[in-house]
Ligand binder design. Structure first.
Ligand SMILES: Nc1ncnc2c1ncn2[C@@H]1O[C@H](COP(=O)(O)OP(=O)(O)OP(=O)(O)O)[C@@H](O)[C@H]1O
Ligand SMILES: [Mg+2]
Length: 621
């Protein structure tokens, strides 16, 4: 069962994760997602390199325009060079467009593949994963993290290639133009880079603080504006406190954002200031070389202009490359988080020789079954019982005794840690999960409905069900009249998680859903919340046809259910403490008697048992 705890481990692993290391295998794995897009990649990279090459042309042409056109007085050549410049500009922007299209194709393709793969993978994860992992985390992995991959491809990867090509080609062009001035320009580079880096760092820190505050604000909105959260706020009268808290967070965001804008401006001005410093210094140096102290090759006006313009082209790529480690670290962390999710091994899967079973008879046997959510805290120990086909067994016990746990083992939401559960004599682990679960219907303690119409929710059990079948099932579940009384009937939208329906209505709907599925084995986990006697009798009437001719394991919280069952098992201390019929247990099990007196009372109904023998009060185990 150690693999069961994959999600705990994962959370720990990610929290304490050191800065990810770039390894060959990690790179290989990242690029494996790109492989299907190789033609696009090759095309995109070629376009980037050609674009970078074309990028230096205007600077070189400007030099030629000055020297060979303007200064040499060759008007025809001047016109030709200007025309060529214009043409190259058009080609460049065309290539830019093409590159955008190519990289969008790659990025969208990869993220789409990753999302599909992740969603399908998450569908195979066991129930435990979803109970143990924060919902927000799963959603973040599916949405933000995978979208992050898009910017890794379109930005980190593409811009690195673009920057490297630009730098190499620009340097070649610089040195071919005039090596003395080129060297001077390169030496002057840090003058521009240092101040911008300092301003950039400050800006980054503020951006991070803002992000943190935004997360806080989102978390708060999520919690306090959700249906249940709002209910809590109202019932505890915390409206003003929450509003004040929100004002505080929002005010902080405002303050930080103003600072960020200011720093941004400062950043831009620094860049502008220093980017104009270096041309001026180059003009000065060019002037010295040309007019005062000729060293190295002769310098022309056009060459000085070319060098200045090429140097300006270098600033951005060099600065970006110096920052690339931040992007790379972030990208690697992103991929590590995603890969950790892909690598989770679902531990409840089909065995190699699992058989796909047809419709089962429904003889359910628990043989010395043990189970615990964690190894150190067993919930069930050596539980054994057998339910013959078509019989109905009720499980009763105090809250937390393990009744729900006991029945969730049957559809293998969790696997037993000891003993076996078999149906019709076959270990459930030897059946395929799909065929096992086809044979079992579960009405759980808290009913879940998707936010769709009533009909859509019902058809979740049987997509091909006709309207008549839906009505038939709902009549059996005693909910048809209620549904038809709604203005939209079966097309009524049930709201978020079915919150527009009452607890009793939801439960009857979920009963109708299981009636549609028509499984030979039924698991019913009655809601613990007390219903009024009318709802109670509705539910009772709904349950009756459900139990008929099916093997049923019912966790009972209501007397009517208990009495209707063939046998009652009292769950206590991780095992079955007593079993028998209602009257037998009242006689022989003090625990049952106590449960009966405390749990099975319906509001508005008086049970005479509670008063006939007051001496039994509080004598239970
Ligand atoms: N997903 C889970 N992870 C860890 N522990 C759990 C989980 N679900 C239940 N437990 C624990 O297992 C024990 C048995 O819980 P279970 O839900 O089976 O009780 P129950 O008998 O159905 O109670 P109730 O009558 O209140 O529904 C409890 O101590 C509970 O805290
Ligand atoms: Mg329960």
């Amino acid at each position: 069962m150690s693999r069961n705890r994959v999600s705990f481990d994962l959370a720990e692993r990610l929290d304490n994760a050191p800065t990810p290391k770039l390894t060959v295998s990690l790179l290989k794995r990242i690029f494996s997602f790109l492989t299907p897009y190789t033609p696009y990649l090759v095309a995109s990279f070629s376009v980037i390199v050609v674009s970078a090459g074309l990028g230096v042309a205007p600077s070189l042409l400007t030099g030629a325009i000055i020297d060979k056109g303007l200064l040499a007085g060759d008007f025809a050549l001047l016109c030709q060079l200007v025309l060529l410049s214009l043409l190259l500009l058009v080609v460049s922007s065309g290539l830019g467009l093409l590159e955008g299209w190519l990289s969008a194709n790659i990025a969208q393709g990869v993220t789409c593949d990753m999302k599909n793969k992740m969603y399908a993978h998450l569908q195979t994860m066991p129930h435990r994963f979803f109970t143990d992992t924060k919902q927000g985390e799963i959603l973040t992995r599916m949405t933000e993290d995978i979208s992050g991959v898009r910017s890794v491809i379109t930005q980190t990867l593409a811009s690195t290639l673009r920057n490297v090509s630009t730098i190499v080609i620009t340097l070649v062009a610089l040195y071919r133009t005039n090596w003395v001035l080129a060297t001077a320009g390169v030496v002057l580079l840090p003058l521009f880079l240092l101040p911008t880096r300092l301003a950039g760092k400050r800006r980054w820190t503020i951006a991070r603080e803002i992000q943190k505050k935004r997360d806080e604000s989102n978390q708060m909105l999520n919690e306090t504006l959700s249906v249940s959260g709002q209910l809590l706020v109202k019932l505890f009268g915390r409206e003003n406190d929450e509003a004040r808290k929100y004002r505080e967070i929002n005010g902080e965001i405002r303050r930080l954002s103003v600072t960020e804008t200011l720093t941004g401006r400062l950043f831009m001005s620094t860049i502008q200031l220093f980017s104009s410093f270096s041309p001026q210094l180059l003009y000065l140096l060019g002037g010295v070389l040309m007019l005062k102290a000729p060293v190295g090759p002769a310098v022309t006006v056009g060459e000085i202009s070319t060098i200045v313009s090429l140097m300006t082209r270098l600033h951005r790529p060099v600065d970006d490359l110096l920052n690339i480690h931040v992007d790379i670290t972030r990208s690697l962390a992103l991929f590590e988080r995603l890969f950790a999710y892909y690598d989770m091994v679902p531990d409840i899967t089909d065995r190699e020789n699992a058989v796909s079973v047809g419709r089962l008879q429904g003889q359910v046997t628990y043989d010395r079954v043990s189970f615990g959510y964690r190894p150190d805290a067993p919930v069930l120990k050596d539980v054994s019982f057998r339910v013959e086909p078509g019989r109905s067994y009720a499980f009763v016990g105090s809250s937390g005794a393990g009744k729900s746990t006991l029945i969730t083992l049957l559809p293998r939401l969790y696997d037993v840690t000891g003993g076996t559960i078999s149906i019709d004599g076959v270990d459930i682990r030897d059946m395929t999960l799909a065929s096992l679960r086809r044979n079992i219907g579960l009405v759980s303690q808290d009913t879940y409905l998707f936010n769709g119409t009533i009909a859509e929710n019902l058809r979740y059990a049987k997509p091909e069900a006709t309207d008549e079948e839906l009505a038939e099932a709902c009549k059996k579940a005693h909910i048809h009249d209620f549904i038809t009384s709604l203005p939209q009937g079966y097309h009524t939208v049930v709201g978020n998680r079915g919150l527009r329906l009452s607890g009793g209505e939801k439960q009857r709907l979920s009963i109708a859903r299981v009636i549609l599925k028509d499984p030979p084995i039924l698991l019913l986990d009655e809601a613990t919340s007390a219903l009024d006697s009318i709802s109670e009798s509705h539910i009772q009437a709904a349950i009756k046809p459900l139990l008929k001719s099916r093997t049923s394991l019912v966790v009972a919280h209501r007397l009517s259910t208990v009495v209707a069952s063939d046998r009652i098992l009292v769950v206590d201390g991780g095992g079955i403490a007593a079993s028998g019929t209602h009257s037998q247990l009242l006689e022989c099990s003090p625990l049952y008697k106590e449960l009966f007196e405390t749990q099975f009372t319906v509001p508005g109904k008086e049970h005479d048992h509670g008063t006939t023998d007051p001496s039994c009060d509080g004598r239970a185990a």
